[in-house]
Design a protein around this ligand. Structure first.
Ligand SMILES: Nc1nc2c(ncn2[C@@H]2O[C@H](COP(=O)(O)OP(=O)(O)OP(=O)(O)O)[C@@H](O)[C@H]2O)c(=O)[nH]1
Ligand SMILES: [Mg+2]
Length: 350
């Protein structure tokens, strides 16, 4: 899973990137105007996997991970994000928008009279316009090629109409059967959207922004960007005391990852063994054969059955064979909905 972190100029996107990843990418003017992107692969903490690994002592331990990308965006005269600079955002699974709320007189606002609400609206407008542009271009092309009877043309017309009215597409707008047809477009407003409010010691009023986001189905994630960045850059043993001063129990990374999992309704299953213990993230309700496909397409193609045990039962029994003896192992077919914390062994035959 990969998410880009975007925002209007000086909203604190790089600061938030550092806070969530523990990196030290240059913020503010320290980059000397050089536009560089930053990437970091962040391990999703999971005590269950750690306990299984302690049991199996595998050669390799692989946590689930979320890749964060802080892209060098360009901003137009009105402060919005230029469509061209959004091209790389289209490849991500989700979009994370940083909205500035911190007050800092030495940091210029992105545009005149910027407020958190106006910033959010401007970012959304940029995403809508970026999508509109590529949809409209494609529609014109199909028109020229006299392909007005195609399914693609018909659905594109509804897409262009919605975007043209200034409305984001939203996750469910493109019918499930047509998803493949439009996968290559990477519509930004059809992707899951996370909003991080970059709060300061003093923050601009933002209740209206939080309310408007909520009405659109988005739960705003608030954090102190500058402080959390400094904390994330400390050795982990030193972090706790500083977090406590802020009244926090956990670093922003853990809190935000949980927010992502809850919002996307992600759960984890495990594969275990002496070679590797690994956590895999899937949408809740994914079937056993869907989970097998995550591991390898061959496992889905040749799927026979899944041997399943809850992680606690494997831990208590000492291994998979022990879980079987204790009657804690179940044989499940293709359609079994995998549960959070399941340990899976896929039997397959090609
Ligand atoms: N007071 C305060 N300043 C902050 C905070 N977050 C960021 N800043 C300052 O705002 C400026 C911009 O921060 P960046 O993280 O570089 O913002 P950005 O969105 O990545 O900026 P560009 O990529 O240049 O558009 C820097 O000078 C930061 O120190 C914050 O929470 N509080
Ligand atoms: Mg930046």
């Amino acid at each position: 899973m990969e998410t880009v972190i975007i925002g209007l100029a000086r909203a604190g996107a790089t600061t938030i990137f550092n806070a969530l990843t523990g990196q030290s990418a240059g913020t503010g003017d320290s980059t000397g105007g050089k536009r560089q992107g930053n990437v970091s692969d962040v391990k999703v903490p999971d005590e269950r996997l750690d306990k299984l690994a302690a049991l199996f002592s595998p050669k390799k331990l692989t946590h689930a991970s979320v890749v964060f990308k802080d892209l060098p965006l360009e901003h137009g005269d009105d402060g919005g994000i230029t469509p061209a600079s959004l091209a790389d955002v289209r490849r991500a699974d989700a979009v994370t928008v940083v909205i500035r709320a911190f007050e800092n007189e030495s940091v210029l606002p992105a545009f005149k009279d910027a407020t958190p609400l106006r910033e959010l609206r401007k970012v959304i407008d940029s995403l809508v316009f970026g999508d509109y542009e590529i949809a409209e271009k494609r529609l014109t092309r199909l028109d020229k090629e006299a392909k007005r009877d195609s399914r693609e043309y018909k659905v594109l017309q509804t897409i262009v109409e919605k975007l043209g009215a200034g409305t984001p597409l939203g996750a469910g707008f493109i019918p499930a059967d047509d998803q493949k047809l439009f996968a290559g477009f990477g519509f930004l407003t059809a992707k899951p959207l996370f909003v991080i409010l970059n709060a300061g010691e003093k923050s601009a009023a933002n209740d209206d922004m939080v309310a408007e986001a909520k009405a659109a189905g988005i739960e705003v994630f608030k954090m102190r960007g500058d402080m959390e960045m400094e904390i994330a850059q400390l050795p982990s043993a030193d972090q706790q005391a500083f977090l406590q001063d802020l009244g926090l129990e956990e670093p922003a990374k853990n809190r935000f990852l949980r927010h992502v999992y809850a919002t996307l309704d992600l759960v984890s299953f495990f594969t275990v063994g002496e070679d590797e213990c690994k956590a895999w993230s899937i949408r809740r309700g994914t079937t056993a054969v869907g989970a097998a496909a995550e591991i390898h397409s061959d496992l889905a193609k040749g799927f026979i059955r899944a041997e399943v045990a809850a992680w606690q039962d494997v831990l208590a029994a000492g291994d998979f064979a022990g879980a079987k003896k204790a009657n804690k192992l179940r044989l499940e077919g293709k359609e079994y909905p995998v549960k959070d914390g399941d340990v899976l062994l896929i039997r397959f035959n090609l």
